[in-house]
Design a protein around this ligand. Structure first.
Ligand SMILES: *Cc1c(COP(=O)(O)O)cnc(C)c1O
Length: 378
């Protein structure tokens, strides 16, 4: 506790059952950790080239195909390094000449920056909108990858995933950063070619891995570029990643616990009703959170357009007389962690994950805790 943080104790009966509301790494279900502990002796510390771990990777790949209802011919590819490393790999292995990026916050901007910095491809086209909004779709000649973001985690804005009007996959691929959306928001896989993410958000696992649902057109692009004379570092070579994934392996050693925990979450979602069930949990949490903010005298949803308000990451502005950093600090001292706003956005704001692992009832409890803290502060 810092000296500046007021000493406020939230009554125990108001507290959520789990205090983790961070947007990544985010809540890992205790049941998944227990399952890992139970299987640890025969799983952790064993070779990722042997049947036991490869079977876990196959459960991961098949489970995601089921969760997303991937059409025939789509396949799940994985590798090490998380989403940020995959951006670099995409500049090598998927962008042929020129990409177009919709940027509306920190994460969507980062892939655009990676593409702009890559010397072997052309200058990307960047279509931006202000933080808290989402850009309107455009079609630009000569673009071979359209880069979308399903959920902009820094601002709490979600988007609809659609192919650019009149542009087939044979002409341009649709690549979607779904890092904070995959497993929590609905989408139509036929509208996308690469739906990529990391498992420390809606998949309630740990970081360090990237995963991508690839359409046949995306796999064809990867194979064609891999066979060309473009130089690609082996660790970023998507041709190698595709090849290894088809054998339920990775190019180098993956984090076995991360794979296990992701499988636990995917199978939990699938056994309860799949993506529809997961997304409806997030819908319920979002309705609670935004409904509370709209009724509140001191809190307001940051995103003005109701349809653009994310159902997996809520951003809530507070009145200037109530410092959000103090509210977050008091919550933290009471075991409710990571409700802080995205630093670079620089707003008097709380940012709250509503991923499928987070109980909708805990979102309700959180709003009561915030009310308690704010009342105690005034
Ligand atoms: C968290 C996040 C990332 C970064 O993921 P890493 O696995 O840490 O590289 C990228 N994009 C979005 C939308 C995110 O939410």
């Amino acid at each position: 506790m810092t000296d500046a943080t007021p000493d406020i104790t939230i009554p125990a009966d108001l507290l959520p059952s789990d205090g983790r509301f961070g947007c990544g790494p985010s809540k890992v279900r205790p049941e998944a950790v227990e399952a890992l502990a139970k299987e640890a002796a025969t799983y952790l510390g064993t070779s990722h080239r042997q049947a036991n771990v490869r079977f876990m990777v196959s459960r991961l790949r098949n489970g995601l195909a089921e969760l997303f209802a991937l059409p025939d011919g789509y396949e799940v590819v994985l590798g090490n390094g998380g989403t940020t490393i995959l951006w670099d790999a995409l500049t090598f292995g998927v962008i042929e000449q020129r990409s177009l990026h919709y940027t509306f916050g920190e994460f969507s901007s980062k892939f655009a920056e990676a593409a702009a910095a890559a010397p072997h491809i052309g200058e990307p086209t960047v279509v931006s909108s202000d933080p808290g909004t989402r850009p309107a779709p455009v079609v630009v000649d000569g673009v071979d990858v359209y880069a979308l973001t399903h959920n902009e985690t820094s601002t709490g804005v979600m988007t609809d995933l659609r192919r650019p009007e009149g542009v087939p996959a044979s002409e341009a691929l649709v690549a979607v950063d779904a890092t904070s959306a995959a497993g929590g928001l609905r989408f139509d896989p036929t509208e996308v070619d690469l739906y990529y993410f990391a498992p420390q958000k809606c998949l309630a696992s740990d970081g360090g891995l990237w995963l991508a649902a690839c359409s046949p057109a995306a796999a064809e692009r990867i194979e064609r570029i891999a066979a060309s004379d473009r130089w690609v570092p082996a660790g970023l070579d998507l041709g190698i990643a595709l090849d290894q994934s088809r054998k339920d392996q990775t190019y180098n050693t993956p984090a076995l616990a991360t794979i296990f925990l992701a499988v636990q979450q995917i199978e939990w979602l699938n056994s309860n009703g799949g993506l529809e069930w997961a997304a409806s949990r997030c819908d319920r949490s979002a309705a609670t959170m935004y409904g509370w903010a709209e009724a509140s005298a001191y809190a307001t949803p940051y995103v003005a357009e109701a349809d653009a308000r994310s159902h997996v990451v809520a951003t809530i502005d507070l009145d200037d007389r109530i410092p959000a950093t103090t509210v977050s600090a008091v919550l933290r001292n009471n075991g409710i962690v990571d409700t802080d706003s995205y630093r670079k956005l620089g707003r008097n704001q709380l940012r709250i994950a509503m991923f499928p692992a987070i109980e909708p009832a805990d979102i309700e409890a959180l709003t009561a805790c915030i009310d308690h803290v704010v009342a105690a502060l005034s």
